[in-house]
Write a protein that binds this ligand. Structure first.
Ligand code: DX5
Ligand code: ZN
Length: 217
């Protein structure tokens, strides 16, 4: 199972995205958090900024859409070139149709679950997705602490994927740091989003490598 690190730029300096992206060239993806102030109580950036990031980013873009009506808005993020587009299970009306649309545009399709959303209703649909994102904090803000109560869901998700024989990634997002990444990896996650842990570090690129090492241990 490949271990992938996807730093979130949410708490980086938006006035110098080119410089902030250059700091994380050791990572596998850049995680971009799109929030609409409806699905979550915070507002970040939308499609035009994502298009600018795509032009300047040395890394493929992992878009995490924390928005209402993803059925309407998400395909455009795939169309402009995001390598991965993740929508929330609680927000999409037709997850399978949407996942197929994202894949048809050449993106990986991700399904995100808030901490209180069970994975079980989606297990029969695993083949429609390339990644399940188990949120390890309530979505909306960076810098929150990791919720240990999400670990059993990571385990159940990984177990179901292993049983299905499918190659679906399990992403974790929220409160991932040197202290928590080992627990998430042990539970079965293989794609790690880290925002403040990476951007608050002296050397963001070295922190990515340290997180990768701790997840692989
Ligand atoms: C939160 C976002 C995260 C956030 C993670 O809703 O989805 O991607 O940037 O930030 P940290 O790593 O600081 O918890
Ligand atoms: Zn995110």
């Amino acid at each position: 199972m490949s271990i992938l690190i996807s730093p979130s730029i949410l708490n980086s300096d938006f006035s110098d995205l080119t410089g902030e992206l250059a700091k994380i060239s050791t990572a596998d993806y850049v995680h971009v958090d799109v929030m609409d102030n409806h699905f979550v109580p915070n507002l970040t950036l939308g499609l035009p900024v994502v298009e600018s990031i795509l032009r300047t980013s040395p890394l493929p873009v992992d878009a995490h859409l924390m928005i209402d009506e993803p059925d309407r808005w998400a395909p455009a993020f795939a169309e402009v070139g995001c390598a991965s587009v993740t929508v929330h299970a609680e927000a999409t009306a037709a997850p399978v149709r949407l996942a197929r649309e994202l894949r048809a545009q050449g993106a990986r399709a991700g399904l995100a679950l808030r901490p209180a959303t069970p994975v079980e209703p989606y297990l029969d649909l695993l083949g429609e997705f390339d990644m399940i994102l188990v949120m390890t904090v309530e979505p909306g803000f960076g810098g929150q602490s990791f919720i240990d109560g999400t670990l059993p869901k990571i385990e159940r998700t990984r177990h179901a994927i292993a049983g299905s024989g499918l190659d679906v990634w399990v992403q974790v997002d929220g409160g991932i740091s040197r202290d928590t990444i080992g627990r998430a990896a042990e539970a079965g996650a293989n794609v790690f989003v880290a925002g403040s842990a990476v951007y608050k570090a002296e050397d963001a690129g070295a922190e990515v490598e340290e997180l990768r090492r701790l997840a692989t241990e």
